[in-house]
Design a protein around this ligand. Structure first.
Ligand SMILES: C[S@@+](CC[C@H](N)C(=O)[O-])C[C@H]1O[C@@H](n2cnc3c(N)ncnc32)[C@H](O)[C@@H]1O
Length: 285
């Protein structure tokens, strides 16, 4: 197997196949594990994820994966962050796919650690397809997606008899200044919960679309920032107040809209979050 150069960050190359020929790792087939790391708190990692991370030879991880979880990997494992940083864009998905399959084709056990669940807005499907196309075995370990952690923390169920007969996960991500192309009339029906991932910067636009499509402006809404992490903040508001409440948050955060959010317990009042100087010192960011 020829050596394959992989750009592990802006400064250096990782050269695969640098070990002596005929070593154990060059003989046995490698594997990619797509592992859900959960929303951040290591306590929310599954037992299987814990075990798989402990057997990693290479860990390729996103920015939302905490150090406490990364530290579960063996000290000798290579750690490669593909997180977006201020100084550069995120890794192109093709490059991540190539990295995963190249390491596995070298015979290594690769753990691709993703925040939440790999198949919920995590591009896990694309990485799975890349592994299949390259003939690399790929296993998926589910993780606790952010919506589950957020609703549990707030004490507000995503489904609730009589108040929420369905729950829909949508993306709020769109080009700057635009709202995503969603089925607004379907999402505007009453008695269902809509969870919006990556919607913080479009919160006002999303709320406007839902209201224009017929959802009541007084529908209860919850924003959870840093669910399960030490800096978790929960704001209870209404659909009409969603944009203002989201104003000063920097995320990661979820917007959750629906009648069942009337049960949500706030950590701080939404009106204070919109004006950080009004917060007690220890809650300012
Ligand atoms: C690219 S998506 C990844 C979702 C992830 N695969 C999951 O299942 O939770 C990133 C978005 O997930 C949400 N998110 C992830 N972790 C979160 C957390 N700890 N608290 C609140 N929202 C979170 C935010 O909306 C963030 O913008």
């Amino acid at each position: 197997m020829p050596s394959i150069p992989i750009r592990a960050n802006n400064r250096r190359l990782v050269l695969l196949g640098a070990g002596p020929a005929g070593t154990e790792s060059s003989r046995r087939p490698g594997v990619v594990w797509l592992v859900g790391a959960g929303p951040g708190d290591p306590d929310l990692l599954t037992v299987r994820a814990h075990r798989v991370i402990g057997g990693a030879e290479v860990v390729v991880h996103d920015g939302l994966v905490s150090d406490a979880i990364l530290d579960l990997a063996p000290a000798a494992a290579r750690r490669i962050s593909v997180a977006k940083r201020k100084s550069r864009h995120a890794y192109p998905q093709d490059e991540i796919n190539r990295m995963l399959t190249a390491f596995a084709l070298e015979g290594l056990t690769v753990v691709r650690l993703k925040g939440g669940d790999p198949f919920i807005f995590g591009r896990g499907g694309e990485e799975l397809e890349a592994c299949r196309a390259a003939g690399v075995t790929c296993h998926v370990v589910p993780g606790v997606t952010a919506a589950l952690a957020a609703s549990a923390a707030a004490g507000a169920p995503l489904t609730h008899r009589g108040a929420a007969q369905a729950v829909t996960f949508v993306t709020g991500h769109a080009k700057a200044g635009e709202t995503p192309d969603l089925d607004w009339p379907a999402l505007a029906r009453a008695n269902q919960t809509v969870v919006i991932y990556m919607g913080l910067s479009n919160a006002a636009g999303i709320a406007a679309h839902l209201i224009a499509a017929g959802r009541s402006a007084s529908t209860p809404a919850l924003i959870v920032e840093n669910a399960s992490l030490p800096g978790e903040r929960r704001l209870v508001t209404t659909l009409a107040g969603l944009g203002d409440a989201a104003g000063n948050l920097t995320g990661p955060a979820l917007l959750i809209v629906g009648e069942a959010m009337a049960l949500a317990q706030a950590s701080i009042p939404a009106c204070l979050a919109a004006s950080p100087s009004a917060l007690p010192l220890e809650q300012r960011r």
